[in-house]
Design a protein around this ligand. Structure first.
Ligand code: ADP
Length: 505
C-alpha cells in the first residue's frame, strides 16, 4: 500500500500536516502559501490567507511594530532569524502565542525571492511558564510569610535569597546582602563564651550533609543585637545530585530560652525547698523517735509503781483503788500511744526502704497470727487466696495488713467481722483490697483518716490514730497509693497498690 504513494505525495502530506505552521510570503510580506496546520490554528481558510493578505496584518499592534523594526530588517540582513516570539491574531480575535523561525530564499544572483516562515505554537509553553511563575510567586510568598528566617546561598556560600524574617534578624537587606559570603551576613557565636562558630550552611556546603539543630547559638546582627537562635541547614542539589547551593532555616528562640531558664531556676528552687523539707522531716521523725523512746522508761516506772501500789496497799486504799485503776488504764493507753508513735517515727525515718520478693499470702498469714487474740475474742474471719508476690519489705507488708485487719475488727458492726483480702493485676502495679463488714466511714472522712493522730472515735475504741498513717507512709515509700471506699454501715474497702517495676529493681 505504501509504495502507491509518490515521494511528492508524502512530502505534501508532511508539509500540510506538520506539527508546526509553514508560511511562505513574497519579499514584501504577502502570503502566498500556508499549510493546513497553520490555517487551522488561525481559523482562516487557505484562500482567505492567500488572497493578498500580508503576514504583518496577522500580528498584534506591538507585534507589527516589532516585525517592521526588527524582524524584517534582521531577515534582510542575515537571511535568517530564529525563535522570535510573536503573537498572531486568529480569525475569532483570540491571540496565538508563537515562536517563529524565518529564512529568506535568494536566487543565484543573491536577490531575495521569497520568505519562508516556520511557526511553532507556544501557547502550551506559555502556560507552563505561567504555572512556573505562579509556583515561584507562591514559593516566595510562603517564604516571606513564614515565621522562620530563611537564607539561601549559591554553591560558593554567597547569599542569593533572604526572607523578611532573615532580614530582620540579621539586620541586612537582601539587596545589599546578595553576593556577600553568608559568614559575613550571618555572624554566629557560641552562647556560653561568645566564640565565633562556623555557619551551618558553610558546613552543609562543605560536607554535603544536612546540619541538624544547633543548640545555644547566638546570632549577632549587623547592628550588634544578639539573638538566641536554633537553626538547620541543608545543601541544595540539582537534578544530577550536584550541590548548587545551601539553605538555612532559623528562628529566634530568645523567648523560649528565657522561659527555659526561668523554669530551670524554679525547678532548682523547688528542689532546694524539697531537700529542706526532707531534712526537717527527718529531724522531726528523729525527734519523735527519741522523744517516744525516752518517754517509755519513765512510763514503765510509773506503771511498775502503780502495780506495786495496788499489790501492796490495794486493800487499804478503799475508793482510792478505783482511782488507781484509772491511772493503770491511762498508762496503758499512753504506752500504746508511745509504741505507735515510735512505729510511725521509725517508718518515716526510713528513707531507703528495703525490698525483696515477698509472698503476700505469707505476709497476711503472719499478720493474722499476730492478731489471733483479738480475732478469737471478736469471732473474726479473714479470707484470702492467690495473692501475688510483690517487691517490698516483708515487715512493712505485715504491718500494713495487720493495721488494716486490726481496724476491720475494732471498727466492727454488730455482725462478726468478715474480712476478705484480694489482689488483681492493674498493669503497672498489684492492686490489693481489704474489705470488711464493719461500721463503714462517712465520705467526708475518707482522706483525713490517713493523717497521723486523726481518729473518728474517742476512747470507747482504743487507738492512737497512727495505724493508717503508718500504712500510708509505707505504701508511699514504695511509690504506691492507698485509699478507702466506704459508706456508713456498709463496711469499708481499703485499697493499696504496690508498683510492679520495683520487682525488677
Ligand atoms: P486508730 O485506729 O488508732 O484510731 P487509724 O489510723 O488506724 O487509727 O484509723 C484512723 C480512724 O479511721 C479510726 O479512728 C477510725 O475511725 C477510722 N477507721 C479505720 N479503719 C476503719 C475501718 N475498717 N472501718 C471503719 N472505720 C475505720
Amino acid at each position: 500500500m505504501f509504495q502507491d504513494f509518490t515521494l511528492d505525495e508524502n512530502v505534501e502530506e508532511l508539509y500540510e500536516m506538520a506539527p508546526c505552521g509553514y508560511l511562505t510570503t513574497t519579499i514584501d510580506g504577502r502570503i502566498i502559501r500556508v499549510n493546513r496546520t497553520l490555517a487551522e490554528w488561525l481559523g482562516y481558510s487557505r484562500e482567505q490567507l492567500t488572497c493578498g493578505k500580508r503576514f504583518v496584518d496577522l500580528l498584534t499592534v506591538g507585534g507589527r511594530i516589532f516585525y517592521d523594526t526588527h524582524f524584517n530588517l534582521l531577515l534582510r540582513m542575515q537571511s535568517t532569524v530564529n525563535e522570535i516570539a510573536l503573537d498572531i491574531v486568529c480569525q475569532d480575535g483570540t491571540v496565538l502565542p508563537t515562536l517563529i523561525n524565518a529564512r529568506q530564499k535568494r536566487d543565484e544572483t543573491g536577490e531575495p525571492v521569497f520568505n519562508r516562515l516556520t511557526i511553532f505554537n507556544s501557547s502550551e509553553r506559555r502556560m507552563y511558564e505561567r504555572q512556573l511563575l505562579a509556583a515561584r510567586d507562591l514559593f516566595e510568598t510562603t517564604l516571606s510569610s513564614i515565621g522562620d528566617g530563611v537564607i539561601a546561598t549559591d554553591a560558593a556560600g554567597q547569599v542569593t535569597f533572604m526572607n523578611p524574617v532573615a532580614e530582620l534578624l540579621c539586620g541586612w537587606k537582601v539587596d545589599t546582602a546578595a553576593g556577600k559570603p553568608i559568614e559575613e551576613v550571618m555572624v554566629l557565636a557560641r552562647e556560653d563564651n561568645g566564640e565565633l562558630v562556623e555557619n551551618p550552611v558553610t558546613h552543609a556546603l562543605r560536607t554535603g550533609e544536612t546540619v541538624g539543630l544547633a543548640n545555644h547559638t547566638i546570632l549577632v546582627s549587623r547592628d550588634g543585637r544578639m539573638v538566641a537562635i536554633d537553626d538547620s541547614a541543608s545543601p541544595i542539589r540539582d537534578a544530577n545530585g550536584n550541590v548548587v547551593g545551601g539553605v538555612l532555616v532559623f528562628r529566634d528562640v530568645s523567648e523560649a530560652r528565657r522561659n527555659q531558664k526561668a523554669l530551670d531556676n524554679a525547678y532548682r528552687q523547688l528542689e532546694a525547698v524539697a531537700a529542706e523539707l526532707r531534712r526537717s522531716n527527718e529531724n522531726l521523725s528523729q525527734f519523735a523517735y527519741v522523744a517516744s523512746h525516752d518517754l517509755r522508761s519513765p512510763l514503765n516506772t510509773v506503771s511498775s509503781f502503780v502495780q506495786l501500789l495496788e499489790r501492796e496497799y490495794g486493800d487499804k486504799l478503799g475508793d482510792g483503788k478505783q482511782l488507781l485503776g484509772f491511772v493503770t488504764d491511762a498508762t496503758r493507753r499512753m504506752a500504746t500511744l508511745i509504741e505507735d508513735l515510735l512505729q510511725y517515727a521509725r517508718v518515716s525515718a526510713d528513707t531507703e526502704p528495703k525490698r525483696a520478693a515477698v509472698d503476700s499470702n505469707a505476709a497476711v498469714k503472719v499478720a493474722v497470727e499476730n492478731l489471733r487474740g483479738i480475732m478469737d475474742r471478736a469471732g473474726a474471719t479473714v479470707e484470702w487466696e492467690h495473692l501475688p508476690t510483690v517487691s517490698i519489705s516483708e515487715t512493712s507488708l505485715v504491718q500494713v495488713f495487720q493495721n488494716l485487719i486490726g481496724n476491720a475488727i475494732r471498727y466492727r458492726s454488730a455482725d462478726p467481722p468478715l474480712i476478705r483480702i484480694q489482689a488483681k493485676d492493674d498493669g503497672e502495679a498489684s492492686l490489693f483490697s481489704v474489705e470488711d463488714n464493719g461500721i463503714g466511714i462517712a465520705p467526708e472522712h475518707r482522706t483525713i483518716i490517713f493523717e497521723p493522730f486523726k481518729r473518728l472515735h474517742s476512747a470507747e475504741v482504743p487507738g492512737s490514730g497512727i495505724g493508717l498513717a503508718v500504712c500510708n507512709r509505707i505504701i508511699e515509700q514504695y511509690n504506691g497509693r492507698i485509699w478507702v471506699e466506704a459508706a456508713p454501715n456498709q463496711g469499708s474497702i481499703f485499697y493499696f497498690t504496690i508498683p510492679k517495676q520495683l520487682l525488677a529493681g
